[in-house]
Design a protein around this ligand. Sequence first.
Ligand SMILES: Nc1ncnc2c1ncn2[C@@H]1O[C@H](COP(=O)(O)OP(=O)(O)OP(=O)(O)O)[C@@H](O)[C@H]1O
Ligand SMILES: [Mg+2]
Length: 288
Amino acid sequence: MSGVMTGGVSRSAGRAGPALSVSDLRVSFGGNHVLTGVDLDVTHPFTGLIGPNGAGKTTLFNVVSGYVTASRGTVKLDGADITGAPQTLVGRSGVARTFQTPKLIGDLSVLENVLLGIDGRSSLLDQVRQAVSLRGRGQANIDRALSVIDTFSLADSANLDAGSLPLGSQKIVEVCRALVSEPSLLLLDEPAAGLGRDDVERLVEPLKRWAAGHGTTVIIIEHDLELVTDLCDDVAVLHLGHIIARGTPAHCMSDPQVVEAYVGISDRGGADGDKGGAIGKGAGGVNA
Ligand SMILES: Nc1ncnc2c1ncn2[C@@H]1O[C@H](COP(=O)(O)OP(=O)(O)OP(=O)(O)O)[C@@H](O)[C@H]1O
Ligand SMILES: [Mg+2]
């Protein structure tokens, strides 16, 4: 690994090259070849990463954020090689993420959960071990966390236990926790899954404003293709571990390979059929 950024955050404004550049990334779990050579340069403020269930989308996020080590390939953040860097170092380099299933600490308050993201950089397990509380937290950090919470209209819930909130609010709290570190690159893994339309709106408009105001690059995995179309000028479609289409949402969703990928999945049905159906619903040009 060379040229790793060790502190501070970079901004998309004035950026010469891609915010994220992934090259020939390969990951296998035993005999399951999950990523089979992913090449992806991210240059737009919002890039959608879509693809059928099991395509390898979360695995790609896991590699970029340092949770999984690739057997081959490189990951560069603003040109700095972070291949194989552990999650704490990736976090310090300006990458924050959310998880497909929210990983909040249910009996800490919303504010305490968001404060955990300020360091953005210690593992969740470490954070639990530290038995974090508001005591010892600087007022400046608390103000910063409250400001993010307020941006997403959750100020009234700041002192409630995160676990007591409905799923939609919990997912938004996770986004707040990721944003509070003011990342240069934000990875959102299905932030709208399980959310009603009202929650999606509570998430999307503030997110757009935040990203524009902070120069944050956002990559969003999402099966809600209506949301992807709303947010993203740029979409990459992952299928069977590699990118099969790239371009505008309309371009990707009318690509015959993409249609085939979704139709094939839909024809096969499978245990996660509900989520597969959700892909087709908002698909626009995808007749799945
Ligand atoms: N840690 C792991 N160990 C073994 N297999 C894994 C691991 N993580 C992912 N996989 C497998 O890799 C494949 C891709 O999983 P991944 O979660 O990346 O897909 P995805 O595109 O995010 O799917 P979904 O849309 O359902 O979330 C699946 O077959 C999954 O079972
Ligand atoms: Mg996933």
